[in-house]
Design a protein around this ligand. Structure first.
Ligand SMILES: [Zn+2]
Length: 256
């Protein structure tokens, strides 16, 4: 599932390859992905404009458009990808065109596609970001201490709450807590300032590494998250439990 690093890579791709190209047609006929907009509504708002900037907060992404046009929100959902100028779907990477849920066609013949097998991505104009907390990659030390270090919820559930801290999904949470040597089960409010600062440092490091290496699946702990898996640092057998509704793996020897 796309987490902050995957969305950042999509944002960077748009910034690098899709800005300042005139939009001449929009395929917005998937009324589920484009809800609440009806077919043609996003097209009417965007044809003739250009994308001028690409932004991200947590897993939310949006683009500014030229001539005071509306912001275009693009959410990758559970399995979405952004493709710019790839070959026609069906021959390039073997994925059929029916997974192309939303397409911008540019005047130069190129295109931007939201490709999403599971159809849980979302495209909307002027997306509402009110419920989205500060971005996990850029949150300040004081803000993280104040927002994460409170309450009785397990630490893992707290850092995955998108209104507290935006962008951390299941894999990034496990990787970060392992790097920080913190138990996912500890009540968030029981951490001291030093531990919260360590959490922030390792979170940023895990995000940087995942962006550089290609996604959250590249994390050091992630390949060991399986039955019989061992901690790649100390060799202890990993423990598994459901925390905050999600399957969680951690090193019981080091994460206390
Ligand atoms: Zn260990």
């Amino acid at each position: 599932m796309p987490e902050l690093p995957e969305v950042e890579r999509a944002r960077a791709l748009i910034e690098r390859a899709a800005l300042r190209r005139r939009i001449v047609a929009v395929e917005d006929g998937d009324a589920f992905v484009c809800r609440p907009h009806g077919p043609g509504e996003i097209s009417d708002a965007l044809v003739g404009r250009e994308l001028t900037a690409a932004h991200r907060r947590g897993k939310a992404m949006w683009c500014d458009t030229s001539a005071d046009g509306p912001a275009l929100g693009l959410h990758l959902g559970m399995a979405g990808r952004i493709v710019v100028d790839a070959a026609e779907a069906g021959d390039g990477d073997g994925r059929p065109a029916r997974w192309d849920r939303f397409v911008l066609h540019f005047a130069d013949g190129g295109r931007l596609v939201l490709r999403d097998k599971r159809r849980l991505g979302r495209v909307r104009l002027e997306p509402d970001l009110d419920g989205v907390g500060p971005d996990a990659a850029t949150i300040s030390r004081d803000a993280l201490r104040a927002r994460v270090g409170r309450g009785s919820a397990p630490l893992k559930a707290r850092i995955m709450d998108q209104s507290v801290l935006a962008g951390v999904g299941n894999l990034l949470a496990d990787e970060t807590l392992w790097r920080a040597r913190l138990s996912p089960l500890r009540p968030a409010g029981a951490l001291d300032a030093g531990e919260l600062d360590r959490l922030r440092r390792e979170l940023r490091a895990a995000v940087r590494s995942a962006i550089r290496e290609g996604g959250v699946h590249t994390g050091e702990l992630i390949r060991h998250r399986r039955r019989g898996g061992h901690c790649p640092r100390c060799g202890a057998e990993l423990r598994r439990a459901t925390v905050g509704g999600r399957t969680t793996w951690w090193c019981p020897a080091e994460q206390r």
